[in-house]
Write a protein that binds this ligand. Sequence first.
Ligand SMILES: NC(=O)C1=CN([C@@H]2O[C@H](COP(=O)(O)OP(=O)(O)OC[C@H]3O[C@@H](n4cnc5c(N)ncnc54)[C@H](O)[C@@H]3O)[C@@H](O)[C@H]2O)C=CC1
Ligand SMILES: CC(C)=CCC[C@@H](C)[C@H]1CC[C@H]2C3=C(CC[C@]12C)[C@@]1(C)CCC(=O)C[C@@H]1CC3
Length: 345
Amino acid sequence: MTTRIRPSSKRCAVIGGSGFLGRHLVERLVEKGYSVAVFDIAQRYEVPGVVFHQGDLCDKQALLKVFKDVSLVFHCASPSPACDDRNLFWKVNVEGTRTVIQACQEARVQKLVLTSSASVVFEGIDIKNGKEDLPYAKRPIDYYTETKIQQEKVVLEACSKEKDFLTVAIRPHGIFGPRDPQLVPILVDTARKGKMKFIIGDGTNLVDFTYVENVVHGHILAAEHLKPDSPLCGKAYHITNDEPIRFWDFMSQVLVGLGYEAPRYHLPYTLVYGIAMLLWLITFLLRPLVNIKPTFTPMRVALAGTHHYYSCSRAKQDMGYQPVVRLQEAIARTVASYPHLKRGG
Ligand SMILES: NC(=O)C1=CN([C@@H]2O[C@H](COP(=O)(O)OP(=O)(O)OC[C@H]3O[C@@H](n4cnc5c(N)ncnc54)[C@H](O)[C@@H]3O)[C@@H](O)[C@H]2O)C=CC1
Ligand SMILES: CC(C)=CCC[C@@H](C)[C@H]1CC[C@H]2C3=C(CC[C@]12C)[C@@]1(C)CCC(=O)C[C@@H]1CC3
C-alpha cells in the first residue's frame, strides 16, 4: 500500500489567477506565506515565487500536473459576462468546472473554493438584504448567470467528508478596485461616448459594490475555516462591503472623481429595459452576419435600475468575516488607480 504524505495546507492553486480578482487573490496569498501556482489560459503578469501554468481548465491532464502536491484550489475563472456565447459559458463554467472537480479528486486536493456570484439568485426583480437561502433564479437573465447557477450547484454537491474533499462557494457582488477591466472602464467608455447623461428609474435603488480586497479576504477566510466539522461544507456565502449604496450615487462618485459629469436626467426603467430587450433580439438575429455588442443589455439595465443588495451575516457568523476596507476609502483608492482614464487623460 502506498501512503501519500498530505501536502502543506498552504500549497494552493488559483485557476483564473491571471484575472482581476485572481491576481489580487494571488498577491494576498503570497503575502500570507502561501505557496501559489496559477492556472489560466493566459499569463498577464509575473510575481516572484509564483509558478504560472498556461492551460484551459477543460483539460484534465493539464490540471492534474498543477494539482500535484496541492491541498487547496481556488477556482475563479470564467469567460467575461460581456461575451454572449452560450456554448463557451457551458463549456467552461459547467463542463470545465466538472473537470476541475474530477482533477481535484484524482489529485486528492482536499479543499475547493469556488468564486460564484450573488447574481445566481437575481432575475431582474428587487432583492433587499437577500440571504443565501433565496432560490436560484428560475429565469436567469443571461447565459453567464444561467451557467454560474449550474457551476455553483455542481461544486456544492461535490462536497464530501467521506471522500476527504470539501467545497464552499463565495458569492461576491459588484467587485471593483484597481485593475478591474469591467466596471470603471465600461463606465468611462460610456461617459466618453456621451451616453452617461441618464439615470434609469428614480435613482434610489440600492446595490452592493464590493471592494476587491474584501472579496479576497472572504475567499481566504473561507479556505481557512473549511474543515470537516465546520458549517461551511457545501455552502454558499455572500461576501459584500456590507454598505449598500444607491447604484447611481456610486456611478456618480466614480465619474466625478475621474472628472466626468454625473448623470442627471431620468428615464423610465420599463422603457429602457424594453429597448434593451429589443436590441438584444436584433443583435441575436443578426449574429450570423455581424457581431454587435450593445452597451445596454437587459442584464445591465436590470442591474442599474433595481435594488440588489445582500446580507453577509452568514459569512460573519461562520467565518468571522468583516470587510477590511470601507466603501468610501475603496472608491477613493479605485479612482486614484485609473489616472489614464481621467477626463482629458
Ligand atoms: N467582477 C465581478 O464583479 C464579479 C465576478 N464574479 C466571479 O469572479 C470570478 C473572477 O472574475 P473577474 O476576476 O472579474 O474576471 P476576469 O475576466 O478578470 O478573470 C477571469 C480569468 O479566468 C480566465 N479564464 C477564462 N476561461 C478560462 C479557461 N477556460 N481556463 C483557464 N482560465 C480561464 C481568464 O483568462 C481570466 O484571467 C469569475 O468567476 C466571476 O464569475 C462574481 C461576482 C462579481
Ligand atoms: C453591482 C454590479 C453587479 C455591478 C457589475 C458591474 C457591471 C455590470 C456594471 C459596471 C458598469 C455598469 C454600467 C451600466 C450597467 C452595469 C455596469 C455594466 C450601464 C450600462 C447601465 C445603463 C447606463 O446608463 C450606462 C451604464 C454604464 C455603466
